[in-house]
Design a protein around this ligand. Structure first.
Ligand code: V47
Length: 369
């Protein structure tokens, strides 16, 4: 039972009152929520907000992931997916390969293709335009959520043009939205330790802002459970919240628990269930202006993602079909889920499953197969 006396006992009575009144929480409030040892109390507050925003609905998407290449110049220490050019495990799909992939799943009832890769040293922008056109040619009905803002900035540097120009050209070729990857933790301290060659946090926010100003929506992630502090997580959330106040361009926030296997930081982690649920709940409470919060079952496991629907999350992501980034780093989840499995998991948690597209528009029953 969510009542004031429970929170008063935990010395969170003022935070409870703020959440009741729909008031914005501060950095210091976030610190106290992270420090609270009663994860159920923090979760119940987040659930209150989640119910206010979305009622009993929990969303999922029929989607397919495509990784066009794992070749990457960044060499992030937390990543088990990226490879240097010439590595025996490096791969790079051609537009014809992507055409075959899409053709093989021609009758799959997907509404979204999620396509990302690494920061490849020499692929020209025309290659990416070609991939987008190929997908739209085979599946004009499908929305393409592709290329993190890190990739966008990298394409611009290689092409010798601005990231705005890259975004304009990719949109003209069929890009509908940007996924939220590459944000990691914005803290320069953490980036210096884990991903010194990658676009800075400031750079990530700059390109996200540019996309939003051009009318391109995006998601945002936060990779946690490695060397970051609670304060660095909160700084990350508040930077996103400030940008969202200006642009309203973020659709969904996705906390990603670090998967340590086969990475250069395998001595830390994995995260605990309580850490995952508390991070989900604090995200819901701090990010009062980002409408959706994803429990990404690939990284959380299906079982914990299901429980996370009671800790602030309203989205379960989707069918996925072929996932590499989490599984190469030891994620123990399945490779894909069916619509029936997604709906059963959501219903069993006590929610009504709603199929959505990448913009969280409801997919009407007549389009469902
Ligand atoms: O950018 C890399 C992260 C991201 C590891 O926008 C790792 O709808 C955990 O961004 N352990 C890719 N995480 C995934 C991603 C995503 C996934 C699903 C939906 C959406 C969306 C976005 O995974 C990377 C990086 O931040 N990552 N290595 C790892 N070892």
């Amino acid at each position: 039972m969510v009542n004031y006396s429970w929170y008063k006992q935990l010395q969170l009575g003022d935070i409870f009152a703020k959440v009741e009144a729909g008031e914005r929480l501060t950095f210091a409030d976030g610190q106290r929520l992270f420090a609270c040892s009663d994860v159920l109390a923090v979760g119940a507050l987040a659930h209150k907000v989640r119910l206010r925003l979305h009622g009993n609905r929990a969303f999922y998407v029929m989607n397919q992931h495509i990784n066009y290449s794992n070749i990457c110049v960044n060499g992030c220490r937390f990543c088990a997916f990226g490879r240097q050019k010439g590595d025996p495990l490096a791969f790079q799909l051609t537009a014809a390969d992507v055409h075959h992939k899409m053709h093989d799943s021609l009758t799959a009832p997907i509404t979204e293709v999620h396509m990302v890769g690494g920061c490849h040293p020499d692929l020209p922008l025309a290659y990416f335009e070609d991939l987008l056109r190929t997908i739209k040619q085979v599946r004009p009905d499908v929305l393409i959520k592709a290329f993190t803002v890190v990739e966008i900035a990298h394409f611009a540097a290689l092409e010798g043009c601005s990231s705005r120009e890259v975004l304009r050209r990719l949109r003209a070729a069929g890009l509908d939205m940007l996924p939220g990857g590459g944000a990691e933790i914005f803290s320069p301290r953490v980036r210096a330790l884990l991903c010194p060659a990658k676009l800075s946090g400031e750079g990530w926010l700059r390109v996200a802002r540019e996309a939003h100003e051009l009318g391109i929506k995006s998601n945002a992630t936060m990779l946690y459970g490695h060397v970051e502090s609670n304060e660095e997580k909160l700084d990350h959330m508040l930077a996103l919240r400030a940008l969202q106040d200006e642009t309203q361009g973020f659709v969904c926030f996705i906390p990603l628990p670090f998967q340590p296997a086969n990475t250069q930081v395998c001595e830390v982690g994995p995260t605990t269930g309580v850490e995952d649920l508390k991070t989900m709940a604090v995200s819901r409470l701090m990010l009062d202006n980002i409408p959706h919060l994803k429990a990404y079952w690939i990284m959380l496991t299906v079982k914990l993602a299901q429980v996370a629907l009671h800790f602030g999350a309203d989205d379960f992501d989707g069918t996925v079909v072929e996932e590499k980034i989490g599984h190469m780093a030891g994620a123990e989840s399945e490779q894909s889920l069916t619509r029936q499995e997604l709906e059963r998991t959501i219903r069993d948690a006590g929610f009504d499953p709603v199929e959505r597209n990448c913009f969280f528009h409801k997919v009407s029953n007549c389009h469902r197969v």
